[in-house]
Design a protein around this ligand. Structure first.
Ligand code: SAJ
Length: 432
């Protein structure tokens, strides 16, 4: 089939490339001319392991082409963003999905399949169907007619981990949610072309909720770990040790605390559930708040430590290790590490240095703070305190000898051998 992928971002582009690799001709649609031109040159505008080679190959073989103009196709895959409304209330904004659906409606013909992949509040696929049905009274839409519909519509979320997208796109199991069972079967036969994992069919609303639930599950579990880290800090306990021991229980698997939860999904999707059922979601809402609050806890604790250090050593220098939203990636958007480091830089100015091997320059909010981007070796030679914000492998392997004598605030627990300074539990080697 001829495939059209709408939205060439972190999900749309790898998906388009994988479908093309399976042999289907793909037109990738994006609103940005820059993105379209980049892809048509066989290059990419985002960072993801092995994606550059794959895109280069399928563009060269003529299987993937990008455009700003939609064209007829047999299968449409919509992978556009679903951010929040700018109302400050975490209301999901599905306007990009609806805009994409109305573009698709313009070229839709009998026999086509339309698949929504964007993370969306429950009911969005039906709303999309209603919008298209209104625009195309000449076609029969599923769930709207007793006769055999002309088009199939389904919700099929991805569940890939940034940094492993290509591998997980092919190998993860998928939920395939049809507006009707027939729609699900139609979408299933499409995904079977490029997915090796098991594809499980269901209805569209269940598939929408499943996607949100997966990320809310992770958020709630990380919140548990983050709450433990604050409690342990207060009690003078090493939270990493407690979690390591508890996880030896055959039915306990606690996640890792950190400076907060970042990324584009886990800190966002739980709010979509809360927005749909505000009175019935105290746990999910609280978990979100616990994870956001953890950033402020880290800022407060780090501030106190730096002030104590400066009281003893007025020339003390501090290195913040990491800006990325998680380990070993160069994505600095929605990053708690970046938020914390910027606050510390704003407060302590040129006393602060930032180490981020994945960044060429510091983000805009560091301008005028006096903080500089330095390399890890320089930080280890010149800084008196290390504030670990990201668990990049390059930080993890720094041997104890190079950290000895420094004050360390390790929010990710990467250095279990770091000795405590002064009285045990006094927080001089802080772990929470
Ligand atoms: N984090 C912790 N402690 C942990 C695990 C993660 O603090 O034990 C933090 C990370 O540092 C990061 C944030 O959580 O700041 C999110 O990182 P992540 O690796 O958990 O997830 P993402 O955002 O990269 O990708 C998630 C994945 N969802 C789940 O694992 C349930 C991925 O499978 C989804 O496809 C993706 O969201 C998405 O697009 O929805």
């Amino acid at each position: 089939p001829q495939v059209c992928v709408v939205g060439l971002g972190y999900i749309g582009l790898p998906t388009a490339a994988i479908i093309a690799r399976a042999g289907c001709p793909v037109l990738g649609l994006d609103v940005s001319q820059h993105v379209v031109d980049t892809i048509n040159r066989g290059e990419i505008h985002i960072e993801e392991v092995d994606l550059d080679g794959l895109v280069h190959g399928v563009v060269q073989r003529g299987l993937l082409r990008a455009s700003t103009q939609i064209e007829p196709a047999d299968v449409f895959v919509i992978a556009v963003p679903t951010p929040f409304e700018k109302d400050g209330h975490h209301t999901p904004d599905i306007s990009y999905v609806l805009a994409a659906a109305s573009e698709v409606a313009g070229v839709l013909k009998a026999g086509d399949t339309v698949i929504l992949e964007s993370t969306s509040p429950v009911g969005t696929t039906e709303q999309m169907r209603d919008l298209m049905a209104g625009l195309r009274p000449d076609l029969k839409f599923p769930g709207k007619t007793r006769e055999t519909p002309d088009v199939s519509i389904a919700y099929c979320p991805e569940r890939v981990l940034p940094g492993r997208i290509l591998e997980e796109l092919a190998n993860n199991d998928r939920s395939i949610g049809g507006i009707t069972p027939r729609c699900a079967r139609k979408a299933l036969s499409f995904y079977k072309r490029f997915v090796r994992g098991t594809c499980v069919t269901t209805d569209a609303r269940s598939a929408e909720m499943t996607k949100l639930v997966e990320n809310a599950y992770r958020d709630v579990n990380i919140a548990f770990a983050n709450e433990l880290s604050i409690v342990a800090d207060r009690m003078g306990l090493n939270v990493w040790e407690v979690i390591r021991l508890a996880n030896r229980h055959p039915r306990v698997n606690i996640l890792q605390p950190g400076p907060g939860v970042g990324g584009h999904c886990i800190a966002v999707d739980p709010w979509f559930i809360v927005a749909s059922a505000p009175d019935d979601t105290p746990l999910i809402r609280t978990a979100r708040n616990v994870n956001d609050q953890k950033m402020h806890h880290v800022i407060e604790r780090a501030t106190t430590q730096i002030e104590n250090l400066v009281a003893v050593n007025p020339k003390a220098r501090v290195a913040c290790l990491g800006l990325a939203f998680k380990a070993n990636i160069d994505d600095f958007r929605e990053s708690p590490a970046r938020f914390v480091a910027a606050r510390i830089a704003r407060k302590f100015g040129d006393r602060v240095s930032i180490v981020e091997p994945y960044a060429a320059t510091l983000p805009i909010e560091f301008t005028d703070t006096g903080a500089r981007l330095i390399d890890l070796d320089t930080a280890l030679e010149t800084c008196d305190m290390l504030l670990v914000l990201v668990d990049h492998d390059v930080f993890r392997v720094v041997p104890l000898a190079e950290r000895a004598g420094k004050m360390v605030y390790d929010t990710r627990g990467i250095w279990p051998d770091q000795p405590e300074l002064g009285v045990p539990g006094a927080g001089l080697r802080m772990v929470g």
